[in-house]
Design a binder for this molecule. Structure first.
Ligand code: HEC
Length: 145
């Protein structure tokens, strides 16, 4: 009887352990997916900045919109203990307040640029400072692969 109870307890805790592991890989997939969206939205705009593609306002606005949108969710997708199997560095949790604040600042900068950019000149004046924050955060918080 006692053994059965213990076995049942063990089975339950194993199951919840498995759930926690699955939940963590889900959260990693989710945050990497949102980062990928940022990468995809940035690519055509980067080509414009380098003069490899003609300026177009719509993709610039689309990129800035997705920066603002995903920055609202991303800070919630780095729970304690979700480093393994990802490129997030321990600094994400060691300097968590600083890490989260970078998303807030990034969203505010993107919002301001969204309002300021109306043509090619204002694009060249305002966009580079926004995307500099991508590398700025990666330098400290993302493993180089
Ligand atoms: C506040 C910090 C921060 C900012 C700002 C940030 N990133 Fe990231 N990024 C990360 C971290 C941390 C990871 C690693 C996440 C992981 O592997 O779980 C990452 C991963 C990525 C990845 C790889 C995703 C994958 O498939 O593994 C891409 C692409 C990326 N970021 C693009 C961008 C772009 C583009 C910007 C700017 C528009 C940006 N990031 C801004 C922190 C940031």
């Amino acid at each position: 009887m006692k053994f059965r109870v213990l076995a049942a307890v063990a089975a339950v805790s194993l199951a919840s352990y498995a759930t926690a592991v699955v939940a963590q890989s889900d959260v990693i997939k989710q945050r990497e997916g949102l980062m990928k969206e940022w990468g995809q939205a940035t690519r055509p705009v980067g080509a414009m900045l380098q003069g490899k593609a003609p300026f177009e306002l719509a993709p610039v606005q689309a990129a800035l919109d997705v920066y603002v949108k995903n920055a609202a969710t991303l800070p919630t997708l780095f729970p304690e203990g979700s480093q393994a199997g990802s490129d997030a560095l321990p600094a994400v949790w060691e300097k968590n307040a600083e890490f989260k604040a970078l998303f807030t600042k990034f969203a505010a900068d993107a919002k301001a640029a969204r309002a300021a950019i109306t043509d090619e000149a204002s694009f060249k004046a305002n966009f580079p400072a926004v995307v500099r924050s991508c590398g700025g955060c990666h330098d400290t918080f993302r493993a180089k692969s």
